[in-house]
Ligand binder design. Structure first.
Ligand code: ADP
Ligand code: ADP
Length: 217
């Protein structure tokens, strides 16, 4: 599903990633752990095509992503990669259902199909009575679940999550962990998750430990 070979990143000649190799199979939940400054977020952004590597190769479903640019890159990202961040950036003027639908509309999928899938995802996430609520009418846990549904609307090959439970209480964090496992089991959904949450790291199929720009175990 995803293969990265010898990925490097320098910020003004300072090496931040020093040759990272990763391969992730369909349906795997891989967590990346390690101390602050190790390069975890940088790696996730590069794997997610939000940032370009200084060197190395990345393939997502056999597409070499560093060969994409401009509209082709934006389109690839919207169709193939789902993002979940700690601060979910839901659009405040749109309802939960509309927030989930928007990436589907951008991808050009038939509107009725997008609406049906959005409602199904929100229902699966326990939000069927919240479809018309705006983000400020939802709790933090509910907002994060809307962001998860949005990340899944285009049936992405892979979901990239950066500290997805960072602003959730332990109850909501645990529910999100269960949801990730359910999505893996039900849809074969693949995840790469940067986390400080030890419970989530333990639940995952594989933990990668980063230190000083490298994967050390
Ligand atoms: P982590 O997610 O493991 O805490 P980061 O990937 O955020 O680590 O950062 C790794 C290193 O890269 C840090 O030393 C950080 O200061 C540096 N860094 C991250 N982003 C930039 C940037 N845009 N410009 C310069 N240095 C950066
Ligand atoms: P959680 O258990 O996720 O922390 P809360 O206790 O924050 O949930 O919220 C409980 C319920 O109240 C939620 O279902 C949410 O929809 C509703 N709610 C929370 N904040 C608001 C708000 N500002 N306006 C309307 N409803 C709200």
């Amino acid at each position: 599903m995803l293969v990265a070979r010898n990925v490097t990143k320098n910020y003004s000649n300072l090496p931040v990633l020093k040759g990272v190799d990763i391969s992730v199979s369909k349906g795997e939940i891989v967590t990346i752990v390690g101390s602050s400054g190790a390069g975890k977020s940088t790696l996730l952004h590069i794997l997610g095509t939000l940032d370009a590597p200084s060197g190395g190769e990345i393939f997502i479903n056999d597409v070499q992503t560093s060969h994409l640019a401009g509209d082709a890159l934006a389109d690839f990202r919207n169709r193939h990669i789902g993002f979940i961040f700690q601060f979910h950036h839901l659009l405040p003027e749109f309802s939960a259902l509309e927030n989930v639908c928007i990436p589907g509309f951008i991808a050009g999928t038939r509107k009725s199909e997008v609406r049906e899938r959005a409602a199904y995802l929100l229902d699966t996430l326990g939000l069927s009575s919240r479809l018309d609520h705006r983000p400020n009418q939802l709790s933090g846990g509910e907002q994060q679940r809307v962001a998860v549904a949005r990340a899944l609307i285009n049936k992405p090959d892979i979901v990239m999550a950066d500290e997805p439970t960072g602003n959730l209480d332990s109850h909501n964090a645990r529910e999100l962990h269960q949801l990730f496992l359910q999505l893996r089991d039900q849809f074969g959904q693949t995840f790469i998750i940067v986390t400080h949450n030890e419970e989530l790291a333990t639940l995952s199929d594989r933990q990668l430990v980063m230190k000083d720009g490298k994967i050390v175990s």
